[in-house]
Design a protein around this ligand. Structure first.
Ligand SMILES: [Zn+2]
Length: 502
């Protein structure tokens, strides 16, 4: 991978259900990182897609009386449509039923076998069909139930090919020792490491009883265990996402895999072990985020009880949802979300603090200076709050701290609002002797608003595009986010960025 490239992924989403807020959440966070790194001028690849094989899909199709392929073809469309509705800028959408993906899975896993990491055996143990996961004794709740799904586990007895995971105990411990930032946040790093230190058992590489998957080239009675097929999407996509071009050299290893905490084991233990077994570099970071908990009691004014991402987008726009989800719950932690809290943030922060700052600034330049922002230097009083901001945001986003970075920017939105109140341009406008001072205040507001809007672009892409156009300074490269780096010229009035909903 080239030093200037950045590759971010979401998990691929199971096609056996409909897209919900959890899917939207990870996609939005990945998109913020992708957009930020594009702002830095880096070569970016952003991947999302659907996981279409395995028992959960097969069982869902059986319940509906259709084939797994029919179910996948129907449902993947909903996930593919989700990304543009969220304003996500993914470079490719992978389906694990893509022929090129399946061929590459066969190639890589054959190499794993050729490298001596696969053997035939009999699997005997507990299995959760909803997780598609073979549970170790440590992962089983009382009464042999799944700790995630609370359903009874099935006892499996199967003649399979095994992956020699136990052989990677020591290499994985070394990986975690050498790369303290391999898994983030720290609590998840500790959780993964303790799973490894608890002792690794070999796991199924293939399955005999499931016929919906990628067939095993050296044993056609079997398909690859769906998790290997799914994990490999991050690698296979690069080989065929661009027709006639192989992007693997350019983007592998991935910079960030973003995953939910329920799939930590697969991404932080199984996945690096498999890559080592295939002789491939492991990803730079796995960021494990928490769960959004729906707090249903408080009614919102217009969205009802449940925060449905599509209703929220229809009513308030994708930017508002992007902002809310990454603002209200610190990325990496579990947290409650609700329709009422969403509407509260929308009104207080997006409409009143940011939207209002924009409309006031433009209106005052229009009224007092005929729509031309004064071409004078900004007020040095703002330097303290704006100097070093680009570096600070970049550093936080290098660690995928999308909530902390957003908070830093928002503190400056509030700083500019205080600045307006302190300097009261409407009073200066009444005093002809204060014309020079008014010029500085208006130029500072215009310039500060421009800088913050460039920085907010990854979270609020549509809003940023509109507002920067209205400020006559459309450049949203990160380097433009310094006071004085670009100048606001002629401003245009625009409709409220975040209109109030009664
Ligand atoms: Zn389960």
């Amino acid at each position: 991978m080239a030093a200037s490239s950045f590759y971010v992924t979401t998990p691929i989403y199971y096609v056996n259900a409909a897209p919900h807020l959890g899917h939207a959440y990870t996609t939005i966070a990945a998109d913020v990182l992708a957009r930020h790194h594009r702002q830095r001028g880096q070569d970016v690849f952003f991947l999302t897609g659907t996981d279409e094989h395995g028992e959960p899909v097969k069982l869902a199709a059986e319940r509906e009386g259709i084939t797994p392929a029919e179910l996948a073809d129907r449902n993947y469309e909903h996930f593919k449509a989700l990304a543009p509705r969220l304003g996500a800028s993914n470079d490719f959408f992978i389906r694990t039923s893509d022929a090129a993906h399946m061929a590459k899975v066969q190639e890589v896993l054959t190499r794993v076998k050729d490298n001596g990491h696969a053997y035939e055996g009999v699997y005997e143990g507990w299995y959760c069909p909803r997780c598609a996961d073979f549970k170790t004794e440590r992962e089983i709740d009382p009464g042999n139930t799944c700790p995630i799904h609370k359903i009874p586990l099935t006892r499996e007895h199967e003649h399979n090919w095994f992956f020699r995971l136990s052989a990677f105990q020591e290499p994985l411990e070394r990986l975690f020792a050498d790369r303290p930032d391999f898994v983030r946040p720290q609590a998840r790093f500790n959780e993964a490491l303790s799973f490894i230190r608890g002792g690794l058992q070999d796991v199924s590489l293939t399955r005999r009883k499931v016929d919906w998957g990628v067939s095993v080239p050296w044993d056609p009675s079997q398909v690859f265990y769906v998790w290997w097929d799914a994990l490999l999407n991050y690698y296979t996509a690069l080989s065929y996402a661009r027709p006639g071009e192989d992007l693997t050299e350019r983007f592998w290893p991935a910079t960030f895999h973003l995953v939910g905490k329920d799939i930590l084991k697969f991404h932080t233990v199984y996945w690096p072990a498999l890559l080592m077994a295939a002789g491939l570099p492991v990803p730079e970071h796995v960021f494990v985020h928490g769960f959004l908990l729906m707090e249903g009691e408080k009614m919102s004014k217009s969205l009802g009880n449940v925060l449905d991402p599509f209703e929220a987008i229809d009513r308030y726009g994708a930017d508002a949802l992007r902002y809310y989800l990454l603002r209200d719950v610190s990325f990496g932690q579990d947290g409650s979300v609700s329709a009422a809290a969403f509407e509260g943030r929308y009104e207080r922060e997006l409409a009143n603090e940011y939207g209002n700052l924009a409309s006031r600034t433009i209106a005052m330049i229009d009224r007092y200076r005929g729509g031309e922002a004064p071409q004078v230097r900004h007020d040095p009083a703002l330097d303290e709050d704006f100097d070093g901001l680009i570096e600070q945001i970049s550093e936080l986003l290098d660690r995928a701290e999308v909530t902390a970075a957003l908070d830093q920017i928002w503190q400056r939105v509030r700083r500019l609002n205080r600045y307006v109140e302190e300097r009261a341009p409407w009073k200066l406008a009444k005093d002809a002797a204060a014309a020079g001072e008014l010029d500085v205040v208006l130029a500072s507001l215009a310039e500060g608003l421009r800088v913050l809007t460039v920085l907010l672009q990854p979270w609020l892409p549509q809003t940023a595009q509109r507002l920067l156009a209205a400020l006559g300074a459309p450049d949203h490269a990160l380097e433009a986010a310094r006071l004085g780096a670009r100048r606001v010229g002629r401003v245009e009035r625009l409709e409220p960025l975040f209109p109030k909903h009664g």
